[in-house]
Design a protein around this ligand. Structure first.
Ligand code: SAH
Length: 492
């Protein structure tokens, strides 16, 4: 099984950055053992103009049988030999996807510690898979990849080149070309769509596959025209899981709809809807609460950290009290949507001079963020892996040090009140954690103490007597040092 990923570049943006993105050095051939065999990563070419990484998976057919699900489709399932002699070792399939996910896991999550600016930057990418089992043929391959920004070349592989009359095999020679995708996006597409095309998943599909699918599909699956087929096949046709995934994707899709106010699961659902005729979505209540805090603080120059698609930036622009507004996000895609929403390209000069969108990661200190009156972290901290949180704390409270910091995050205790949320699930596929009120307060107090801030807590949304509000907010204010009356003043 074989797959190559290539990119092109220039002296300023060398193609060999691919090595950083994949966390695999272009000059070394490396081998990784997986539960089904050995995965090799090597670079057939690596210079500034062109760089290609190849993933070769040597499948151990015996190990596959021992694990109990090695049957290739087509053979009689219980014929003894068919278990061992089948297409699995040669055809790209779910095994290749599993290898992609384990060998390139950081790349798939878009993490690159050495060069944090790289993962968010789209670049030209080409993926080739010489033998891809594709149930549904070239047509389905196109329907799956084209809506995601890929140009698809899919040629059926003949059964036998010497006997053209025999017709085509069920394999496709696939080449995908994209002008502007991030590597993480590309890997996530492959991770889901290769097994979907193969449609013979080799391992047992467990309920957390739904979470995995939603996580890896974040940002592209909910709006995909073939999302139903993808979900059904990815979950190996298990009906109850497929239905669950479908419902959750539908919420995400509604929430992503371009002009809608709402953008994640909790926003799509109205708390205590029965009381009011047209309840205000939680996202709007949160924004109002944040604006209230910022106005009361007297801030004029404001950072929106993890600004996402720019809804808060847009609201801030409407109030002339905010003279300088900076939105920061790690996701280029989010910033592109934000720019479109704000109509940055058509804005008058005066307005435009008030707003800046910056791409950057909050897990790193950033000189550009120093000296502001206030910063907002609205529904952002829960998107970081817990071990990365201290880095964000330092970058915001230690380095940028705005006078006021307003942090919001879901209150996990409230989740029992969301009817559509299955027990034990977080509200959004990308949430790495959700905290109780106690946990959030504990964290906030420690941060405040460590960095010399005072902190106060406010509810957002209906404050349930038992489980508290859906959103919890902490407002940090820089401790104004108690100034001793200067000696001169005393003397006077
Ligand atoms: N603040 C917005 C968006 C919240 S979604 C709102 O309240 O609606 C979380 C956002 O945080 C996403 O846009 C995500 O890209 C961004 N994000 C996650 N990790 C980040 C990091 N390390 N640095 C900067 N932004 C990050």
């Amino acid at each position: 099984m074989f797959l190559t990923i290539s990119t092109t570049g220039s002296a300023q943006r060398p193609a060999t950055d691919l090595g950083y993105l994949l966390h695999k050095h272009p000059e070394k051939a490396q081998a990784f053992s997986t539960s089904y065999g050995t995965a090799h990563v090597l670079y057939p070419e690596a210079d500034a103009e062109r760089c290609t990484a190849a993933l070769l998976l040597e499948v151990d057919a015996v190990a596959l049988v021992r694990r109990g699900k090695g049957k290739g489709r087509g053979g009689a399932p219980d014929a003894a030999l068919a278990q061992y002699v089948n297409d699995r070792p040669y055809a790209a399939s779910s095994l290749l996807a599993v290898a992609l996910g384990s060998v390139f896991s950081s790349a798939m999550r878009g993490v690159c510690t050495a060069r944090p600016e790289l993962p968010g930057t789209p670049r030209p990418l080409r993926v080739e898979v010489p033998a891809l089992p594709a149930r549904g043929g070239a047509d389905l391959v196109r329907r799956l990849f084209e809506p995601l920004g890929w140009t698809v070349t899919a040629e059926p592989v003949p059964l036998d080149t010497e006997f053209p009359d025999w017709g085509d095999s069920r394999y496709i020679r696939l080449a995908l070309q994209a002008e502007s995708l991030t590597l993480a996006e590309a890997l996530r597409h492959l991770y889901v769509l290769l097994p979907v095309l193969d449609d013979a998943k080799h391992y047992w599909v467990s309920p957390d596959e739904v979470d995995k699918l939603l996580r890896v599909g974040d940002g592209w699956l909910a709006g995909h025209p073939e999302r139903e087929l993808i979900t059904r096949r990815y979950l190996s046709h298990r009906w109850s899981l497929t239905r669950q995934a479908k419902e959750r994707l539908e919420l995400v899709r509604l929430a992503e709809a371009d002009d809608s106010e709402v953008e994640d699961l909790d926003n799509a659902v109205e708390p205590e809807a029965e009381d009011e005729e047209r309840p205000t979505p939680l996202a709007v209540q949160r924004r109002e609460a944040i604006l209230g805090v910022l106005r009361a603080s007297g801030a004029a120059r404001v950072l929106d950290l993890g600004c996402g698609q720019g809804q808060l930036v847009q609201a801030l622009l409407k109030d002339p009290a905010f003279t300088e507004i900076v939105g920061v996000d790690v996701s280029m895609r989010a910033l592109t949507i934000a720019a479109r929403r704000l109509k940055l390209d058509r804005m008058g000069e005066r307005q435009a001079s008030r707003v800046t969108l910056l791409q950057g990661s909050l897990a790193y200190t950033d000189k550009r963020l120093k000296g502001y009156d206030a910063a907002v972290l609205s529904e952002v901290i829960e998107h970081l892996d817990l071990p990365r949180l201290p880095a964000l704390e330092y970058a915001v409270f230690g380095s940028a040090r705005p006078r006021t910091v307003c942090v919001t995050t879901p209150n996990v205790e409230y989740n029992v009140r969301w009817e559509s949320l299955p027990a034990g699930h977080v509200r959004h596929g990308d949430h790495r954690f959700e905290w109780t009120r106690e946990e959030f307060r504990g964290w906030a107090r420690t941060v405040a103490e460590r960095h010399g801030y005072d902190v106060e807590f406010l509810p957002v949304g209906p404050d349930d007597p038992e489980v508290g509000p859906p959103t919890q907010m902490a407002v940090f204010r820089l401790d104004t040092p108690k100034i001793d009356t200067p000696k001169e003043a005393k003397a006077a």
